[in-house]
Design a protein around this ligand. Sequence first.
Ligand SMILES: [Zn+2]
Length: 110
Amino acid sequence: MVKCYMCETGELKKVKVPYNLYGEHLGDFEAETCGKCGEVFYSEETSRKMTQVAREKGLWGLNAESRIGQSGTTLDIRLPKRLIEFMDIRKGGTVKIYPEDKKKSPQQVL
Ligand SMILES: [Zn+2]
């Protein structure tokens, strides 16, 4: 049996893991999981397949950085075109913004 690459004590077993991205189920993929710490490992080939499926579904590259601008006394964040199209966001619409974790920088809130 192969030992876990993270905790180095647990044993790895083969499993099928559901791959969900932005609320869409992209399939179940082969992985190895540690019986002790629960860490999941994907082979390079499986990672490549997962990336390919995400690309085919137009879900790849939706993570983006956005520079914070200023408009009067408030700050604004520009959204990339791909994200606008994916989320179907329109001018005049509203979004909810909340802090996910106070320790993270505000750039990571959205
Ligand atoms: Zn482990």
